[in-house]
Design a protein around this ligand. Structure first.
Ligand SMILES: Nc1ncnc2c1ncn2[C@@H]1O[C@H](COP(=O)(O)OP(=O)(O)O)[C@@H](O)[C@H]1O
Ligand SMILES: [Mg+2]
Length: 424
């Protein structure tokens, strides 16, 4: 039996907590810090996942014997390494890679070089620093347009710019190398623009074996019809109709296998999720980026399609026996509609009371930015609730998730009503 500590507080962690709470192998679940929704599935703990000493004392005091890391930050900061280096914690399985693996997400320069070393299809690119600014400007002079500029480090989804204009690209390169994104931009990757449609593919790996989870598509723009500013994600669907068996076979052969092989060849011991941000160019998959954790809001559509015990899967992963784990996937379609605060992704207010949750009929509501305040559930972030419906057809899933989002109310609420409609 496992006493599990799940780190994180968003919709992704709510979906994990919902699924973990259904496992017979879970004796007790803590979520740190969690949100108003996760407390339905376990006990929320006031802990900062980036304060490793705090995490340590909680783990020891509560005899935690499995840690699952939701967000990238603690991984990139080395929480798994911290556990391995401490003799009182070293025996506790951590689901999430060590720093040497998390760098696949933590450094876009590293991941581009990794892909090139292992023949993994990706856009051509070159990296520059402040010292090589002049060469970078020359490179931009020769580059096709549009051109993509990427801050190397973690920039909370804001570090990628796609520019149509050469002069604008040059001044952005200067601004980034001048510290526009702080340290994250001290190296900038200049990358060829790829045209195609994006899809997110996820695996769980124990370093030797892997299981491919359901693929998903997320919707990043705030406005209907994919218009307006980028957000953390306004919704998702799974499965993705254009990710045919033939396409997925290419993904496995040309991307997943060489990635696992590359990690092993470089002596990088990886336990956890890998998110492959892919783009379908013609019929070919290419990698836009790696993440070292699950995506949000993709997880909210992926997890309900998993017809297997998640804790058993983590157990198999920790024991390096993922090959003997049977992962069943439901044929059904999941659609997730994200309800956000008015003004998001710009300035928005928090603390708005949420009502109507009890009126939801055909969906699971995964909380993201919520807080319980004296018995009242209130908004506590830009992305507030993820409303997920699992149905026999994509159309039905989308319709029901959208209808249920309409049954929930908070002041300023907004959601897109067109999630996934482009795929039908
Ligand atoms: N080479 C590229 N060609 C076309 N679009 C790209 C390219 N690189 C990134 N993008 C777009 O920018 C988004 C963000 O880039 P990504 O590398 O995923 O960084 P992050 O998620 O860290 O912001 C992608 O989802 C994609 O829509
Ligand atoms: Mg991305």
């Amino acid at each position: 039996m496992r006493k599990i500590l799940l780190l994180g507080s968003g919709g992704r962690e709510s979906a994990f907590a919902w699924k973990i709470s259904q496992s017979n192998l879970c004796q007790k679940l803590f979520i740190a810090p969690g949100n108003a929704g996760t407390s339905q599935y376990g006990e929320n703990v006031k802990l900062n996942p980036n304060h490793f000493e705090e995490v340590k004392s909680f783990v020891l005091k509560n005899a935690i014997n499995m840690v699952i890391v939701g967000p990238e930050e603690p991984l990139v900061n080395g929480i798994h390494d911290f556990f391995c280096a401490d003799e009182t914690l070293a025996h506790i399985p951590v689901i999430g890679p060590k720093m040497e693996g998390a760098i696949l997400e933590g450094s876009k320069d590293f991941s581009k070089n990794f892909m090139n070393r292992h023949g993994i299809p990706t856009a051509s690119s070159k990296s520059f620093t402040f010292e090589s600014l002049a060469a970078g400007l020359d490179y931009l002079d020769q580059h096709s347009l549009p051109v993509v500029l990427k801050a190397d480090g973690l920039a909370a989804g804001k570090g990628v710019l796609i520019l149509e204009d050469r002069e604008a690209a040059k001044s952005e390169l200067k601004a980034m190398l001048d510290g526009k994104f702080g340290n994250a931009g001290s190296t900038v990757v200049i990358e060829q623009f790829l045209s195609g449609i994006e899809v997110s593919v996820f695996i769980l790996t124990d370093g030797n074996h892997y299981k491919i989870l359901p693929e998903a598509k997320d919707y990043k723009r705030i406005g209907q019809g994919d218009t307006g500013l980028n957000t953390g994600g306004m919704g998702s669907v799974s499965p993705v109709p254009f990710a045919s068996p033939e396409f997925m076979a290419k993904v496995e052969d040309k991307i997943i296998k060489p990635t696992i092989h590359g990690l092993k060849a470089e002596g990088i011991d990886y336990t956890g999720f890998i998110f492959f941000g892919l783009i379908k160019v013609g019929e070919e998959p290419m990698v836009i980026e790696y993440n070292c954790r699950m995506g949000d809001p993709e997880t909210e559509s992926v997890i309900p399609r998993i017809d297997a015990d998640l804790v058993a899967m983590f157990e198999a992963c920790a024991n390096q026996q993922l090959d003997s784990f049977e992962l069943k996937i439901r044929e059904q379609h999941a659609a997730t509609v994200m309800m956000v605060a008015g003004g998001y992704p710009g300035d928005y207010e928090k603390g708005k009371p949420i009502s109507g949750l009890e009126n939801v009929r055909d969906s699971i509501v995964f909380h993201a930015g919520t807080l319980a305040d004296q018995g009242q559930i209130k908004t506590n972030g830009g992305r507030v609730l993820a409303v997920t419906s699992l149905q026999d057809t994509q159309f039905d899933a989308l319709q029901r998730a959208t209808a249920d989002a309409a049954r929930i109310y908070f002041d300023g609420k907004y959601f897109r009503e067109d999630i996934g409609f482009d795929l039908m």
